[in-house]
Design a protein around this ligand. Sequence first.
Ligand code: ATP
Length: 363
Amino acid sequence: MAQIELDRIDKLFGKVEAVVDLSLDIPDGSFVALLGPSGCGKTTTMNMIAGLEVPSTGEIRMNGASVVDVPIGKRNVGFVFQNYAIFTKLTAYENIAYGLRVRKMPAAEVDAAVHRVAKLLDIEPLLGRGVRGLSVNDLQKVAIGRSMIVNPDVFLLDEPFSNLDAGFRAFMRTELKRLQRELGQTMIYVTHDQLEAMSMAEHIAILDRGRLQQWGTPEEVFDSPSNLFVGGFVGSNPMNLIDVGLQHSGFGLVARAVDGGHQLIALAAERRFATTNDGLYKLGFRPEHARLVSPEDDAVDLRGTVSLLEELGPRNIVHVGVDNLSLRVVVLPSVRPTMGERVGVAFERTKFHLFDDSGLALI
Ligand code: ATP
């Protein structure tokens, strides 16, 4: 069990700033995802926690004690990588047992532990088989078992499911979450896939170019992105973004859509704005927080024409052309507007965002 603190970590490789001024407080027993695009510093951060890399500056503490000078072998961390590190000449059993055998644990105890882990991972029937004959999916389970058996304080997983097929990946996401709950270990999961992070983690650290963009629960990063980068990176459907000019009028605050034919959007008075300055901003709302209405409806924010219907099964996405903008609206499959139909788009007044010209979210 471990609570992990990263305190103002920098990691430079020559002139490359892999990680910059990163502070995180990872609660004991939590499931945390490090999320971001390729090259944002996820693996470097994980390697520093593991002891594979030393920070250029800053402190890493586990349960309150500095581990910067503690070698990897003494940190009690378990790893699972994309390319499962297993011994190809051994059986599944011998691979899983390895970590306990090198610790000279009595054979009966090793045997009980191997069976317990194999049962958790549902691979007991495979234990006697050589790993060469196993499927990619089962190999990754053996790799997880191998790390799990030594009961590490922290479990580090670096894109462990990227080589697995889509169906099994979805299955393993649920399995890993279940395992983490049962074992109560601190788990740090590196991924560039926002869906993986959102569906499994309790807390997500979103990184871009080595810098922390936001730390929060999946709900927090989805509903209240701290900036334009997070707003765009999180969510299965891209956020609708409109350049607007803010104006104060007799009716309260009004946004004029610069790219949307200069249509006026009344912004609800109940949301507080961090700025009262008139000026240029980006107004964002998620396709899930918008609905199609009649162009004459009182709630309408923008009027346009239907340009595309994406049929995705349980939900469809309607694309609405507004001047030179294309907005997305998530609808039930029963909503089937025709191409070119004139429609209105309305978004939820408690769920929209305003970003300033530096990309920072004002609300
Ligand atoms: P990916 O998902 O592609 O693995 P990542 O988010 O894990 O990306 P890192 O691998 O941590 O990112 O890399 C962060 C930055 O540091 C990148 O610019 C990378 O090229 C650089 N970097 C990482 N390791 C080294 C190294 N050993 N030497 C030089 N530069 C490195």
